[in-house]
Design a protein around this ligand. Sequence first.
Ligand code: PDD
Length: 281
Amino acid sequence: RTVYVNGDYLPETEAKVSIFDRGFLMADGVYEVTSVLEGKLIDFDGHAKRLARSLNELEMTCPIPEEELLAMHRELVARNGIDQGMIYLQVTRGNPGDRSFVFPDASLPGTIVAFTQNIPNLADAPAAKTGFRVITIPDLRWSRVDIKTVQLLYPSMGKMAAKKAGVDDSWFTDEAGRVTEGTSNNAYIVKGNRIITRALGNDILHGITRAAVLRFAAEAQYEIEERPFTPEEAQGADEAFSTAASIFVMPVVEVDGKPVGTGKPGPVAVRLREIYLDEMR
Ligand code: PDD
């Protein structure tokens, strides 16, 4: 695989980042994941805008001009011959030469790396046909998850909790017991013609897929209600689903051991997945 590090395209075995990089020592960095279908980047503009926002919130600057990000992504897709898959992009605050809690001077260049993941069946993932089963666990992440930082230990623990429970994902719940989002996706329920999902705030990531799916849903005459819901409400809903660049629209068929609706992917989730894939590629 050819990867990108600070302006260079290198074989992955030759790519190096310092052990003093603040991304490594302090998870001081942000990232984006953009999907690729038929060699085309999906919604790159949205991901680039959110990256700029995440960087700004952390007083970081992009180590390369933001106008070059698209060309770099395309170059990686071409060099690696990616038809379906994802591109991971990470910007960390860089290597101040030692460990310190103080942010280094803003003139210190950050570290920017990117790599491709080849996923030949991304668009027709078998899981989309059976749907995700999820459990709920307390949301113990920090309070600014609207910033897409690389601190993914708790989401990773959430995924492992799901795996140990024999299901596909965890949905996090806030102190009032209401769902915030999934380990790496936004969460929704469907009641009749209404799609219900938590409103944007500091407590969820502002999903790029979420924005597109809600736009398409409104165009398809669904009602959108942005408010929190509980796992119990999800269990009693007609349908549930999750969205992310990595799963597009994924039906959710079980919450904490109870089936949602028929226990099979629901028509609204299936339709929104089709619309999303049709419109975006
Ligand atoms: N995760 N919520 C969280 C916590 C996420 O990590 C993600 C994305 C989303 C969905 O955002 P988007 O629609 O922009 O992909 C919501 C990526 C895919 C990841 O970490 O792999």
